[in-house]
Design a protein around this ligand. Structure first.
Ligand code: NAD
Length: 457
């Protein structure tokens, strides 16, 4: 990726969105039928969870339980829409679906409420996971939710999003893991997550959570943290209360030190491809902080070439940094006695690893490899009460994407349901959500932070 720039200077404003969001620019865009991306509401600690009452649709025990949890969170909850009353969110509880015929009534209720949804509103479904031993009509109904939410996400405007919580076998709608996912989707932390699902794989354990400081007392390490997305992750985890070890190559030492100072963390200059990288991180965390709870594998490189022109150096370096290093470090972490208290691993993948990308067979191999690794590591870590998940960013405004030629970049950043690129902080918020103790039981997920890219899967 590009030569090192100071961590603070990694802001890449989307001038088009700024232009069409007010005054003359807004009128012009309207007249010419140009995209009018909304200014997304981003998370700030202490701000209201949602902007307006939450309508809970559904008539099951699960929907009653979810409504009472929302009340206990201090939310303004409705069980029936009041005509013309503006809503902040709609939670659609479909936890007892047995046949597609049962979708009509609740979906009509949601449809009627859409007209009253505030800007940056939220629609969230809660439904059962499709299982191979489901009766065909049950599986049809459950899978139908997937199509509904992904389509609805494409219909919503003004920064509103539609996402879903999926309950694994036996997990209740008000299980701690499901509630953590619900809260993330409701909040402004999920601003750039659209048309996606999170699976609550296990019940999780109820924790006394300070929602403004969910990572208090936890120690995290973030690789590739001297700039870009990694620096944003380090800042976000620190904001949420974690003590953070930032890791990057020695060549990025100055910027790494600047990030560490800013967040009152510690810096470790380390090339993650060296054999002893995992041990070095564990030693540093143990000596400076006495423990290690959260590992964020963010460091990554691109060396793009069509496969016909790919040289071994490009191929091997991408595999070495983006996946082989993570596999080796995870072995060290899983074997360590310092990484045993509700440990969390979060890997940064990419939508290129899901949909593929021209000129990126090496990069897509590494990022799809990350997804395979995460799924296979989940059972290994659940034995220790831990979780492992991946976040797959789409188009994020960083030095990497700033280098894309203007016209290609404009097309890439508009081709999603939110018609804009995401910010490094959007990826960081998703990682902080997975890292929190409340997300116990949320494991093996690949969450796209891509505004629902319209191309690819
Ligand atoms: P970036 O190039 O700005 O930052 C990557 C950081 O990783 C750099 O500071 C670099 O020095 C560090 N790094 C590279 N090799 C390392 C090594 N061997 N050891 C330690 N540190 C190393 O990139 P970014 O845009 O911030 O991307 C961060 C992650 O997000 C990467 O894994 C990338 O593949 C992924 N991603 C980015 C985007 C995007 O749009 N920017 C999209 C999808 C995925």
């Amino acid at each position: 990726m590009a030569a090192q720039k100071p961590a603070q200077q990694n802001d890449h404003p989307d001038k088009y969105t700024e232009f069409v969001s007010r005054g003359l620019g807004r009128d012009l865009a309207k007249r010419l039928g140009l995209p009018q991306p909304a200014v997304l509401r981003r998370y700030t600690p202490g701000a209201p969870l949602v902007q307006g009452p939450i309508l809970v649709v559904g008539h099951t025990e699960g929907s009653d339980a979810v409504a009472s949890v929302l009340l206990s969170w201090g939310q303004d909850v409705r069980r029936h829409a009041t005509p013309k009353e503006k809503l902040g969110a709609v939670v659609l509880v479909l936890d007892e679906l047995a046949h597609p015929d049962q979708l009509s009534a609740p979906l009509r209720e949601v449809g009627a409420a859409l007209r009253d949804l505030n800007r940056n509103g939220r629609i969230i479904s809660i439904s059962g996971q499709v299982r191979s031993d489901d009766a065909p009509e049950v599986a049809a109904a459950r899978n139908a939710v997937d199509g509904i939410m992904r389509s609805l996400a494409k219909e919503l405007r003004a920064g509103s999003t539609a996402n879903g919580v999926v309950l694994a076998n036996g997990v209740l709608a008000n299980a701690p893991s499901a509630l953590s996912a619900l809260r993330f989707f409701l909040s402004a932390r999920s601003a750039f997550v659209d048309g996606q699902f999170l699976t609550a794989a296990a019940e999780g354990t109820a924790v006394q959570q300070d929602w403004d400081k969910p990572l208090q007392g936890r120690v995290a390490v973030v690789t590739g943290a001297a700039r870009g997305i990694g620096a944003a992750i380090a800042r976000t985890l620190a904001r949420d209360g974690a003590r953070v070890v930032v890791v990057d190559v020695p060549a990025a030492g100055d910027h790494l030190a600047a990030v560490a100072n800013e967040i009152h963390g510690t810096a470790l200059q380390l090339d993650i491809t060296v054999t002893e990288a995992g041990a070095r991180i564990l030693d540093h965390a143990a000596q400076r902080h006495g423990r290690l709870d959260i590992v964020v594998h963010n460091a990554g490189i691109t060396r793009d070439k069509l496969l016909a022109n790919m040289d071994p150096g490009r191929w091997d370096s991408v595999i070495a940094v983006n996946i082989a290093a993570q596999l080796r470090m995870n072995q060290a972490f899983l074997a360590s006695s310092h990484f045993t208290d509700n440990p969390r691993i979060i890997s940064v993948s990419s939508t290129s690893g899901i949909a593929g990308n021209r000129g990126q067979t090496n990069y897509a191999a590494s990022k799809a490899g990350v997804i395979g690794m995460v799924r296979a590591t989940a059972p290994l870590l659940s034995g220790k009460g831990g979780t492992v998940n991946a976040v797959a960013p789409g188009f994020i405004e960083t030095d990497m994407t700033a280098k894309i030629p203007f016209a290609t970049r404009e097309v890439a950043r508009r081709l999603n349901s939110l018609q804009q690129g995401g910010k490094p902080g959007d990826v960081a918020e998703a990682i902080a959500f997975f890292a929190s103790e409340a997300s116990d039981g949320v494991t093996g997920n690949v969450l796209r932070v891509c505004g629902q890219n319209l191309v690819g899967q």
